[in-house]
Write a protein that binds this ligand. Structure first.
Ligand SMILES: NC(=O)C1=CN([C@@H]2O[C@H](COP(=O)(O)OP(=O)(O)OC[C@H]3O[C@@H](n4cnc5c(N)ncnc54)[C@H](OP(=O)(O)O)[C@@H]3O)[C@@H](O)[C@H]2O)C=CC1
Ligand SMILES: O=C(O)C1=N[C@H](C(=O)O)C[C@H](O)C1
Length: 267
């Protein structure tokens, strides 16, 4: 019989958090021990989340939560500032973080990597948990060896806080490993409206679209003489991310350092 993994979910009322609560409740060897929400301290989860009957405690303070509850794993699905703070605190308390929250800076990622290493604890920071998105990123990385001119267009719902998306940044980072650094477009190109050419990452352009009705979508466009190649992934609901969350929780128990990106743990 597999050992039970005791889990805290941060951001349980959110679009992703509520799916994560459901995943934990529905998985045999996962046990929800508490949730962290910036509101409703001291209430029970069932009182703040209509889709759950769980009587676990709601904490607003992560330190109080981790002092009172025995937890193996923290699943964080909150906001960039809170997610960073939660990840750091969890590692300090010996709890392994599975982080879906996006918008961390390079400095924050480096700091969390050192902390995880110093503690000898697994930590997974996954900008995208959807298997199709991981494949889209890997295929983009492969394609960039042959098509070094590329633009990334990410499209999300209009409640998203960070731009570009974590997935777009990760895609650009992966492409950079294969693509010789160079500026794209005409050397005399000028924007007559600021931002028209999108964000510039190592000469690649990233365009962020925000519209109601969208969930999470990304298109990577490659262009070469007389041809284009388009790689596209669409998440139509948040359940699409949950198999990646499950695999991360299962894998993190045997890791002793930080892993950035699910591509490193999918076999
Ligand atoms: N890695 C992946 O595959 C995916 C990652 N994401 C990322 O996950 C994060 C959450 O996304 P999403 O669920 O859509 O966002 P939501 O806004 O729906 O959820 C965020 C939740 O966090 C809560 N929250 C805010 N501050 C705190 C805090 N200090 N402590 C505890 N809870 C807090 C919010 O509460 P309130 O409602 O009161 O503000 C809200 O319930 C984002 O960073 C997003 O980019 C999203 C989808 C997939
Ligand atoms: O906020 C979202 O919704 C999503 N965020 C992640 C990101 O920033 O890439 C993952 C997915 O795109 C959905």
């Amino acid at each position: 019989m597999t050992d039970v993994i005791k889990i805290v979910v941060a951001g349980p009322r959110g679009r992703m958090g509520r799916e994560a609560v459901k995943l934990v409740e529905d998985t045999e060897n996962f046990q929800l021990v508490a949730v962290i929400d910036h509101k409703h301290n001291g209430m029970k989860l069932a009182d703040i989340l209509e889709t759950s009957k769980s009587q676990v405690m709601v904490y607003t303070d992560i330190e109080e939560c981790l002092q009172n509850e025995q937890a193996d794993v923290l699943i964080d699905l909150t906001t960039p500032e809170t997610g960073y703070l939660h990840t750091k605190t969890a590692l300090t308390y010996g709890v392994r973080p599975v982080v879906g929250t996006t918008g961390f800076s390079q400095e924050e990622l480096i700091e969390l990597k050192s902390l995880a290493e110093a503690k000898g604890l697994g930590c997974i920071i996954a900008p995208n948990f959807a298997i199709g998105a991981i494949l889209m990123m890997k295929f983009s990385q492969m394609a960039s060896k042959y098509f070094p001119d590329v633009e990334i267009m990410e499209m999300h719902h209009d409640q998203k806080l960070d731009a570009p998306s974590g997935t777009a940044v990760k895609t650009a980072e992966m492409i950079k490993e294969n693509r010789p650094s160079h500026r794209q477009g005409h050397e005399d190109e000028k924007e007559t409206i600021e931002g028209a050419r999108g964000a510039n990452y190592d000469g690649m352009r990233i365009h962020s679209v925000r519209l109601p009705g969208l969930v999470a979508h990304q298109q990577v466009l490659f262009g070469a003489e007389g041809q284009t190649l388009t790689l596209r992934h669409d998440s139509y609901n948040r359940a699409s991310f949950m198999s990646g969350v499950k695999v991360s929780v299962e894998t993190i128990m045997s890791l002793d350092s930080l892993v950035y990106g699910l591509e490193h743990i999918l076999v």
